[in-house]
Design a protein around this ligand. Sequence first.
Ligand code: FAD
Length: 507
Amino acid sequence: MTRAAPSPTLLWFRLDLRLSDHPALARAIAGGGPVIPIFIWSPDEEAHAGPGAASRWWLHHSLTALQARLRDVGSRLVIREGPILPAVCKLVDETGADAIVMTRRHEESWRALDDDVTEAMRGRGKATHIVPGSLLFEPDELHSRAGGPFRVFTPFWKAGLARGVSHRPIAAPDAIPAPSTWPTSLPIEALNLLPHIAWDAGLRRTFTPGEAAARLRLQRFLRSDRGADGSPVGIDGYASGRDLPGVDGTSQLSPHLHFGEISVAEVWDAVDADGGASSEHRTTFRKELFWREFAHHLLHHFPHTVTEPLRESFRAFPWADAPGHLSAWQRGETGYPLVDAGMRQLWQIGWMHNRVRMVVASFLTKHLLLPWRSGAAWFWDTLCDADLANNTLGWQWVAGSGADAAPYFRIFHPVAQGERFDARGAYVRRWLPELARLPDRWIHAPWTAPSQVLAEAGIKLDKTYPAPIIDHSWARQRALSAYASISAAARDANAAAKQRGPARQPR
Ligand code: FAD
């Protein structure tokens, strides 16, 4: 008697475009039958909004790299277009698969999609396995002493450390069992992810999407070279270097982590194993990885924060409506060099330094009083690491409306921030070449330079570089008054609630 060949398992790749430390892949192989890797492109069903232009660029190249990796281990990537549910069902029916395995996604719309897929599989008598694999802790694994979600970072971090990271990375398989016949696949080009106008030169120069490049970037960061001034860059200088946008002081792993080309557990483990860096630097870096965990924790427990403030009082915030200011900010033409350099870096390479993200976000929401959602939407389209959890946390944090947010009255002064974190103007000169010849003393406030200095540097204010679109002190006062108005309204509402007494229990 011959035994029936085992049915295949579908391995559904989403934001986990790698083979190393891939628990869902390990689970699919453990099933014992052939494994059919699939990818379904369905941007309209994505959480909140489909990937922006920079993310699509990244995805195209990341899928290309994944396809090559799969070929190396005797497998393929089967690409289809959505809608997701019928596409999955069709693949199950075509291949006779008896199970589907995927890494858990945490956005609300994906959770709903996964429920639909599980239901449809159950209806066919097939199994669904949704496997953790993109975080150190699943969002419901850590909870506050009261048993609820965390809203403040430090207790979250302490709870995570107390629990300990137990997962050890799994090696990539040498081979993935292939089916005897492969279902048809679209070519990656059919997804139309690349730009029609070639604006991607800066991205190409800066990044190489894919698992191998992610690992190289991690190794480079852990190697810790010396910068031009002899100071350590990479992990050995991280605690201080991470705040200096003009030096190579951070890992730039964010797009790789977002697309799951390297697992956060592998990064955590590598930092742990690296004995060269002092513990201060390693701890600071690990804390940043925990901010990513915290962002996912918040997105899981407060999914409405993608569009709504976490702090109720901010619903009544008197945001301004100034489309001219929004487009000056987007183009990097506010007249404040650190803000403009950040926005030009974003436009050119699809990434911006964290310190500068905070400064430009503060400038938009506090100086210009424009809604954080406008800024988040621009970041969503232009960042190649655009990530719903991190972007939502970042914007709400800066705007003052989110969890553990910066106090509203903390309004970054774009000139002081420049003088402190880009003292010699290296960052500003790199992204604003029109200011390159301005001496250090005026590099962060060109409008204060004497006319002769400007002339010698080849700068004509409002011709070659804009004068500030808003006065800092005036804007600061306006922002503080706006905040005072919602604080007063919140106090009045609280007082009224107290006067009414405790809410009556419904009978
Ligand atoms: P490193 O300093 O090397 O840190 C290592 C990793 O830790 C990062 O790759 C990232 O995954 C994580 N991390 C670091 N800082 C944070 C943070 N503050 N919050 C959450 N995770 C963090 N990050 C994104 O990945 N996608 C976004 O869409 C995004 N939008 C942001 C918007 C605003 C307004 C702000 C203030 C921050 C945003 N961040 C976002 C967080 C942070 O700026 C980036 O993760 C970081 O700059 C990426 O650079 P890196 O990889 O060199 O970071």
